[in-house]
Design a protein around this ligand. Structure first.
Ligand code: 2U9
Length: 372
């Protein structure tokens, strides 16, 4: 039934319309409701039109105007004139129609519906002229950048990247690395113990023991990862930090191989003009051991405040793998020898980006992180 037909019918009585029974009544009212709904859909499809608010008022009046509204005229002509036997049926049908009309054709619900439809349409048919949603992409964390840069240098030398558990056993974190019971690093003011036999690893060295057991020799690996120490956070210490260690085990590996490899690494990381210097040191898991110094990149070795006028900056430790440690890894030290190194990735990132406080890496401050 078109709206025009409905407008005519609401001015006629049920008798005029040939409606004499309940079925007829229900059919007529559902037709009326259907027509009004279709008009509503048509209306709302104009929700983008500037004159939409006017159309809403018009439609609302068409339906709900106290005198001439469709509902009022149906009340007038269909309900009030209905024969008594049909009155209850007509009453119920009219009530449904009125409630629906007041709910659906009320201005605010029409406007709300229109708003919703606009949103849906906008979603369905995005206005391509609107600026896109700028999703902040973020960037690779400086620690991860430096870790990957170091990995790439050693991947280029044919090394493999090995990783392992951060929750480690006392055996792999200390015993297998020749670190005696009495060694201060084993005390709980240095190490975070889960229980008497389990720690948060204090270095990535245990991974190398596991790798030696797993792969045997020859073995060329670098081991990046998080390490934990019971350190009070300050500008150069963090309870969680990142290490990169390296291990080369093969026949006739010498300290010269170690120096050559680390000098190559230093030139790749700090620049071709960087020079390296090796000074004696001590680690329980290497013998002989050394500290590696690189010529200060700021003053190119002339001496400045960064290198405390020395021209050199200590960057990492290294050494020939202790024969007992090779044995602990199931490798015969009479057949094989190896070198190892260890460095702090956080420290290398601080040198690379001129950062003087390690805490900046872990505070999730976007003002800092956005720089990368
Ligand atoms: C095995 C054999 C030898 C790893 C090594 C260092 C020297 C070293 C420090 C660097 C900065 C720790 O984070 S740091 O303070 N590490 O100086 N690490 S040699 O030697 C190993 C490891 C595992 C099986």
């Amino acid at each position: 039934m078109t709206l025009e037909e409905l407008k005519k019918k609401v001015d006629l009585t049920l008798a005029d319309l040939g409606v004499h029974d309940e079925a007829g009544v229900n059919a007529l009212f559902s037709e009326a409701r259907e027509t009004m709904n279709q008009e509503r859909q048509k209306l709302v499809s104009h929700s983008n039109d500037p004159e939409f608010p006017g159309l809403v008022k018009e439609f609302r009046n068409l339906c709900l105007a106290r005198k001439r509204g469709l509902v009022a005229r149906i009340d007038e002509n269909w309900l009030k004139t209905a024969p008594s036997e049909l009155r209850p049926v007509v009453g119920r049908a009219f009530n449904n129609l009125r409630v629906q009309a007041e709910h659906l054709y009320a201005e605010e619900s029409l406007v709300r519906l229109a708003q919703k439809l606009r949103e849906v349409e906008a979603k369905e048919r995005p206005d391509l002229t609107l600026p896109g949603y700028r999703r902040p992409l973020g960037s690779i964390h400086p620690i991860t950048r430096v870790q990957r840069e170091i990995e790439d240098i050693f991947l280029g030398l044919g090394f493999a990247i090995e990783t392992g558990p951060e929750v480690e056993t006392v055996y792999y974190n200390f015993d297998a690395l020749n670190i005696p019971e009495s060694h201060p690093s084993r005390d709980d003011w240095d190490t975070l113990y889960i229980d008497s036999q389990t720690v948060l690893r204090t270095h990535t060295s245990p991974v190398q023991i596991r790798a030696m057991e797993k792969y045997g020799a020859p073995l060329y690996i670098v081991i990046p990862g998080k390490c934990y120490r019971n350190d009070k956070p300050d500008a150069s210490h963090s309870p969680m930090f990142h290490q990169m260690e390296g291990l080369a085990v093969d026949v006739d590996i010498t300290f010269a191989d170690l120096k050559g490899t680390l000098d190559f690494f230093a030139k790749k990381f700090f620049g071709e003009t960087a020079r390296t210097s090796f000074r004696p040191s001590f680690f329980p898991f290497t013998e002989p051991s050394g500290e590696v110094y690189v010529s200060c990149a700021i003053c190119d070795g002339q001496g400045c405040s960064v290198c405390k006028q020395s021209g050199w900056i200590e960057v990492m430790g290294c050494g020939m793998v202790h024969p007992q440690v090779l044995r602990n890894g199931g490798i015969d030290p009479d057949r094989y020898s190896g070198w190892a190194f260890g460095l702090g990735i956080d420290r290398f990132a601080m040198m690379k980006y001129g950062i003087d406080d390690i805490q900046l890496f872990f505070q999730s401050d976007l003002r800092f992180l956005r720089q990368f």
